[in-house]
Ligand binder design. Structure first.
Ligand code: FMN
Length: 175
């Protein structure tokens, strides 16, 4: 099973469009996929204590633990991913250990294109995740209404999915 985490809490989120496109692409190639939307499954703020007992936290931890690979779609906020996905990682911690992770960002402008690196570094250094060295970074012109604007951005999603499959399948075979 592949897990797609959509982290934007915005009702008309663009990164959620990326998460959905990724989910559809995985379904199209016949892979089992679960979409976990942080705007629907509300997580408590991590307090390092009782928040771990929350039912949504337990569900997400179980999904991360079981996943063959994880796609994270996030807004860029203040040259970083948003606080919701950082919070989700704090709450689920060691479930990420050794996972293949791909990152997709929706941003307001071109300048924040390195914004995935904080999360990438923390997942690598804290949990030895394998970060797929291909990111999607999309600004407004990549979207039209509630879908992707054109074949170019769809092609980038398709490529990200196939590169992630290649890495995840190879690594999971050797485990
Ligand atoms: C609090 C906040 C901070 C933001 N910071 C940045 C930023 O540093 N760089 C950038 O390019 N866009 C920034 N944006 C614009 C968002 O990345 C953009 O609106 C994006 O579409 C949000 O993703 P979403 O549509 O999935 O919620 C910011 C928006 C908000 C609300």
């Amino acid at each position: 099973m592949f897990l797609v985490i959509s982290s934007s809490l915005h009702p008309n989120s663009r990164s959620r469009i990326l998460a959905r496109a990724c989910t559809e692409q995985l379904q199209e190639i016949g892979r089992e996929v679960t979409l976990f939307d942080l705007a629907i499954k509300i997580l408590p703020a991590c307090d390092g204590a009782s928040a771990y007992a929350d039912a949504n936290v337990k569900e997400l931890s179980g999904l991360i633990h079981a996943a063959e690979g994880i796609f994270v779609a996030s807004p860029v906020y203040n040259y970083d991913v948003n606080a919701a996905v950082k919070n989700a990682v704090e709450l689920t911690g060691r479930a990420w250990t050794g996972k293949v992770v791909s990152l997709m960002l929706a941003a307001g402008g071109q300048g924040s294109y390195m914004s995935a690196m904080g999360l990438a570094n923390s997942l690598m250094l804290d949990f030895r995740c394998i970060i797929v060295p291909r990111f999607i970074y999309a600004t407004g012109d990549a979207f039209e209404g509630d879908g992707l604007a054109d074949e170019e951005i769809q092609g980038r999603v398709t490529t990200l999915v196939s590169e992630t499959m290649k890495l995840a399948d190879a690594l999971n075979r050797t485990l």
